[in-house]
Structures are given as structure tokens and as C-alpha cells.
Design a binder for this molecule. Structure first.
Ligand code: PMP
Length: 354
């Protein structure tokens, strides 16, 4: 499908950031966005890259009432030679369509998803920051815009992509986080929407997050919704526990997100010669293994921070320090390797760069 380029008049050009160390995350947006509409009986129509602007939407639109919405998150990286690279964007396209299917939304042809992002990034390449650790965060989303009250799939959707230059997550070095295992609220249940990237999952997680913050923790680690016993994932990260010779993470069984960093970490860990286990992790056994020192490192993985060391884990009344609260060797090596591939400083032997 041809993607029309709507001219960007000078008065719509935004002031650029000057200090890349002050970028933060997700507050500044580039000049343009991608917009494609889907209409019942017509399919995908009117693909265009146009000046970034607010939507005018009827207050009755389905998305505002019944949350028929999905999104994605990926990044473009500027290399020292000026190349702008994407990391495994086809995985985001596939996950977007997995979410679309779960929310009864139309799937976006993978080619349109990728071409739309590539063309948008090319047009906006001057918006990709270049200081160490910075990147351009890309946010594809789809919303239901039929103005009707009634629970049903919409007959009209907007698929759009906006982009935000973002700062280095660890500008002042790695900071191990303190995580609380959540034993009151749950995030997902079998048969629910846990593995879809849909706004409702995040809205319903806010309460647990706030309560954990009040208790002095950075984020919550969710347990399974049936037994409240098996480890699932953290707010926007998949979780890993490193033993002497292996790395363990929860399996993809419908209730957790298919993290793209998770998949990359598992492939790297195997390439380092360690065993990889995707299996149910019993929280009581895990706490015992941390207490006895069998768990050497704990870390999360996600697009925003790449790899996040976990320095302390709390469950019920006990808070245990992992790896003396320091950054483990494997955690550091994974971070260094992944970022080296993303920023073109290391050979991309897995073929992840696009
Ligand atoms: N779990 C959840 C719930 C998330 O929102 C994210 C962020 N997308 C992740 C895990 C990590 O996924 P990825 O590595 O693809 O960013």
C-alpha cells in the first residue's frame, strides 16, 4: 500500500531538544505521525504520514468506554556513522497482530506495519538523538473510533504511530531495583488478556503499583492469577533468575507478554553456554533459593531499560537481597551485549538489526 506524505509546513515544525541529557521518557514527540484507517467493508485505507496533531474524536467512541485498544513499543538507534537502526521490528508487528486478534481488531499487514515505521523514521531521522544510551522510542497503537455505546467490535479503527526521542535510562549507571511480589492483586488469568499489549492490563495494574511504592518498592512482580504462587512478570519487564549454570524464566502460556528483549536474552544466554529454562517458578522455592544463595542474579528485560538488575525481592513479610544488591556479571554482560548490537558496536550475528 502506498503511504501518502502530507507536507509539513514550517509553522508546524517543533522546536528541537538541545540538551540530550534532559530528554527523559515519552514527553516530547516528533513532527510527524503515521495514520492508517480501517473501515468495515473497505479494509485498510488512506495510509499517510502527516504532521503530528491531536485527534478530534467523538466522546462516544468505543475506545473511551470499552477500551478496545492495543499498542507496541520499539526503538530506533543512531549509530556513530549516522545509520539509524531498528531492533527486531518484525517481532513487534507479529505481537501487535496477536494483540489485535485477542481484542477482535483487524490485523495490520506486516509489510504495512514495517514500511510505515521505516518511512516515518527516515523522514524524522534528525529527531533520533545520538548521545550514549539515547534513542527514538516508537509507539504504534490502534484504537476503536466508532461512536456508539454498546459492547461490540468497532467498525472503524485508527492505526497510528508516534515517536519520542528518549534519554538514556541509566544515565548515571545501573541502579538495582527493589521489587515486591504482589500477593493481593493479580494482573492476568488463564484465558484473559495477559499476553496482549492492551491498555486495560496497564490501567488495572496501577493500584498495586501505587501500594508497592508507598511501601518503598519500585515495582511489583505479578504472580499467576489462579494459585498466586508462580512468578509471571513485572510491570513492563519479563523476569529472569540466574543460577550457577542456568537462567530460569516463566513460560509463555497466555498470561505474560512475549517480550522481544526476553527472546533476545534467552538466545544470548544460550550463546554464552548457559542452560535456559522456561518453566513455572514457584515463589516459595524461589525465595528459598535466594536465601540459600543458589540464585546468583535476578534481572528484568524490556525495551525501555534493556536489562534491569533486581537488588532486592520481597514476598509477604520477608525482603531478601539478591547478589548483595550489586549488579551481577551476567546482567552486565547481557546489557553490554544487547546495547552493543543495538548501537552497531558489535557484529549482529543473530540478524536482529533492520
Ligand atoms: N511485559 C510487559 C507487561 C511489558 O509491557 C513489556 C514492555 N513491552 C515487557 C514485558 C517487555 O517486552 P519487550 O522486551 O518486548 O519490551
Amino acid at each position: 500500500m502506498e503511504i501518502k506524505k502530507i507536507p509539513l509546513p514550517d509553522e508546524k515544525k517543533k522546536a528541537r531538544f538541545t540538551d540530550e541529557s534532559q530528554l527523559g521518557f515519552g514527553r516530547i514527540f516528533t513532527d510527524r505521525m503515521l495514520m492508517v484507517e480501517w473501515k468495515a467493508g473497505k479494509g485498510w485505507v488512506d495510509a499517510r504520514i502527516e504532521p503530528y496533531a491531536p485527534f478530534v474524536l467523538d466522546p462516544a467512541c468505543l475506545v473511551f468506554h470499552y477500551a478496545q485498544e492495543i499498542f507496541e513499543g520499539l526503538k530506533a538507534y543512531k549509530w556513530t556513522d549516522g545509520t539509524v537502526a531498528l531492533f527486531r521490528p518484525e517481532m513487534n508487528a507479529r505481537r501487535f497482530n496477536l494483540s489485535a486478534d485477542r481484542l477482535c481488531m483487524p490485523t495490520v499487514p506486516e509489510e504495512l506495519f514495517l514500511k510505515g515505521i521505516e518511512e516515518l523514521v527516515q523522514l524524522e531521522k534528525d529527531w533520533v538523538p545520538s548521545a550514549e544510551g539515547t534513542s527514538l522510542y516508537i509507539r504504534p497503537a490502534m484504537i476503536a473510533v466508532e461512536p456508539v455505546l454498546g459492547v461490540k467490535p468497532s467498525d472503524h479503527y485508527y492505526f497510528y504511530v508516534i515517536m519520542s526521542p528518549v534519554g538514556a535510562y541509566y544515565a548515571s549507571g545501573f541502579k538495582p531495583v527493589k521489587i515486591m511480589v504482589e500477593d493481593k492483586f493479580v494482573r492476568a488469568t488463564p484465558g484473559g488478556t495477559g499476553e496482549a499489549k492492551t491498555g486495560g492490563n496497564y490501567a488495572s495494574s496501577l493500584k498495586a503499583g501505587l501500594e508497592a511504592k508507598k511501601k518503598g518498592f519500585d515495582q511489583v512482580l505479578w504472580l499467576d492469577g489462579v494459585h498466586k504462587r508462580y512468578i509471571e512478570e513485572v510491570g513492563a519487564m519479563n523476569m529472569f533468575f540466574a543460577y550457577e549454570d542456568r537462567v530460569v524464566t516463566a513460560p509463555l502460556e497466555g498470561s505474560i507478554l512475549h517480550g522481544i528483549t526476553r527472546d533476545s536474552v534467552l538466545k544470548l544466554v544460550a550463546s554464552f553456554g548457559l542452560k535456559v529454562e522456561e518453566r513455572k517458578i514457584d515463589v516459595i522455592e524461589l525465595m528459598n533459593d535466594i536465601r540459600s544463595g543458589k540464585v546468583k542474579e535476578a534481572f528484568g528485560s524490556g525495551t525501555a531499560a534493556v536489562v534491569t538488575p533486581v537488588g532486592a525481592l520481597s514476598y509477604k513479610d520477608e525482603c531478601l537481597t539478591v547478589d548483595d544488591g550489586e549488579v551481577g556479571k551476567l546482567t552486565q554482560k547481557l546489557y553490554d551485549t544487547l546495547t552493543a548490537i543495538q548501537y552497531g558496536k558489535m557484529e549482529d550475528s543473530f540478524g536482529w538489526i533492520k
